[in-house]
Write a protein that binds this ligand. Structure first.
Ligand SMILES: Nc1ncnc2c1ncn2[C@@H]1O[C@H](COP(=O)(O)OP(=O)(O)OP(=O)(O)O)[C@@H](O)[C@H]1O
Length: 497
């Protein structure tokens, strides 16, 4: 439990003392305002009002939840610590939550603000439930707006995400909550025929999309975003970096400004994208879980991180040794092997296969149907090893992944944190093994900081490369992650080594 200061209060207690006052202030609005607010306003439940302040403080302190809100410096909104604290609403929307015991810390902290219609930037470790953190308030808002007449091909919510696999995953997760309340969610991504997209967009309320294809569909008039009231940038730092920046600007440029609520979520928040984020949000509340984002990103602390310094020529034999050891363990466990280049991924996949292992691959050179096929085989366990480039580094949620092996270090330290974050999800433990060679030495300082921050062992052989952290290049950030349309030639970035 939290330690209280001598006065019996800490900063959180003082801030939260106003909670009930604010809630009742909502009730005292004029009838006109009241009607307007009732559609979007959030009323904190009586259950939550009754929670002793010490419990709220203990929750925030234990989970390192920090809320910085320019419009409510007193922080009057309490985190929704249990599902009993959810505001009254259509039970059908909340029903699927029954499979969970409590909201995750990022859900607890962001829901009250998002329910209140505020813009939010949410930063929390990989696998911490960010999809529902932004997804549930979106659906709640869509249900509340449902009675309003909407024009065909005018969706009212858009979620932008960097890869097709991630778009599908978000779509599938939200479907469970959306279909019982009659909200239609559709998924738009490149590399497949547009006809189905055009038809689905006519009736969709929520669109989950990768930017390239959505931009095309806007351009040809198949969708109009002039009525969008809820916008999400998932993997927000990736969406705002140079690879996507222009597409994002163009897409958001077609949306309303004042009536739009914007949520940005990510596990890493490098300084290079922060100014840009401000331009797309209005007075956002910044919520961080697990410590303030500093220059160095934070890895999920339940992941055991091992770094092996070796010669580039020894990588393949060492990989085989590790796979041999893992194979003796539970067969249901999955191993995700990351490479930097598409050609390298193909070579490693073939090499592993030639040694008798069942393995699949996922990278930007494969057709969309091959990518989905590989992912499905890996998810179902038919194939326990997946070799991937950074297109699979972010967001993918496959609980059976117990080990991540980085054969080649990624271009940025953020990508490292996301790659290893494919294991250790939803409270589970995970293991990441990273090969580090002389060629990666510019990353040693940043990697050492990430290891130290997560209380991991730093091998002497890594320390020898030095602890200086090189300044990040905005241009390089996430560059190898661009999810190009497989039907088009890549124009901006060449992946080949
Ligand atoms: N309240 C909850 N209790 C337990 N598990 C949850 C809860 N909410 C979500 N989950 C599960 O946690 C897993 C990870 O969630 P999710 O994919 O949203 O993580 P994330 O924070 O977006 O990760 P990443 O940063 O890697 O994208 C999912 O399997 C999801 O179903």
């Amino acid at each position: 439990m939290s330690k209280r200061s001598g006065s019996g209060e800490n900063k959180h207690s003082r801030k939260r003392a106003k909670t009930e006052e604010q809630v009742s202030a909502d009730d005292s609005d004029t009838p006109k305002q009241d009607k307007k607010k009732s559609k979007k306003s959030y009323r904190q439940s009586a259950n939550l009002n009754a929670v002793p302040q010490a419990e709220i403080d203990a929750f925030q302190e234990a989970n390192l939840v920090e809320i910085s809100d320019p419009l409510d410096k007193e922080q009057t909104l309490r985190p929704i610590i249990t599902f009993e604290h959810m505001p009254d609403f259509d039970d059908a929307l909340y029903e699927p939550l029954r499979s969970f015991s409590a909201p995750t810390p990022v859900q607890a902290a962001t829901w009250p603000l998002l329910f209140s219609g505020r813009d939010v930037i949410g930063i929390a470790e990989t696998g911490s439930g960010k999809t529902l953190a932004f997804g549930l308030p979106c659906l709640r808002k869509m249900v509340a707006l449902k009675k309003k007449k909407t024009k065909p091909s005018h969706p009212t919510a858009v979620m932008l995400t960097p890869t097709r696999e991630l778009a599908m995953q978000i779509h599938d997760q939200l479907e469970k909550y959306a279909s019982p309340v009659g909200i239609k969610v559709t998924c738009i991504f490149g590399g497949v025929r547009k006809d189905e997209h055009r038809a689905a967009l006519k009736t969709a309320t929520v669109v989950v999309a990768t930017p390239g294809r959505l931009k095309d569909l806007i351009g040809e008039g198949s969708v109009n975003l002039g009525k969008v009231k809820y916008l999400v940038l998932d993997e927000a730092d990736r969406m705002l970096d140079k690879g996507f920046e222009q597409d994002i600007k163009e897409i958001i440029g077609t949306m309303p400004v004042s009536k739009r609520q914007t949520a940005m979520f990510t596990a890493t928040w490098p300084p290079s994208v922060r100014n840009l984020a401000e331009g797309f949000t209005r007075d956002p509340a910044m919520i961080t879980v697990g410590g303030k984002p500093s220059g160095d990103p934070r890895a999920n602390t339940r992941i055991k991180q091992d770094v092996e310094v070796l010669s580039p020529y020894d990588k393949e034999q060492r990989l085989l040794q590790i796979l041999g050891g893992l194979q003796k363990k539970a067969v249901t466990d999955r191993v995700l092997v990351f490479c930097l280049y598409k050609k390298e991924a193909t070579r490693i996949e073939r090499f592993i296969q030639s040694r008798g292992y069942k393995v699949a691959g996922i990278h930007g050179d494969l057709s969309q149907s091959d990518r989905f096929k590989s992912l499905d085989a890996f998810k179902s366990g038919t194939v326990p090893i997946l070799v991937a480039t950074d297109v699979a580094a972010r967001g993918l949620d496959i609980p059976a992944v117990k080990t991540v092996i980085n054969v080649t270090f990624p271009l940025t330290i953020e990508d490292y944190v996301h790659r290893i974050g494919r294991t250790g999800r939803a409270g589970a433990e995970g293991h990441a093994i990273t090969f580090f060679t002389e060629n990666d030495k510019t990353h040693s300082g940043a990697l050492i900081n990430v290891l130290k921050a997560a209380n991991q062992n730093v091998p002497d052989s890594l320390m020898k490369f030095g602890t200086t952290v090189k300044k990040k290049q905005h241009g390089a950030y996430g560059a190898f992650f661009k999810d190009v349309e497989s039907t088009k030639a890549a124009t901006k970035i060449t992946f080949d080594d």
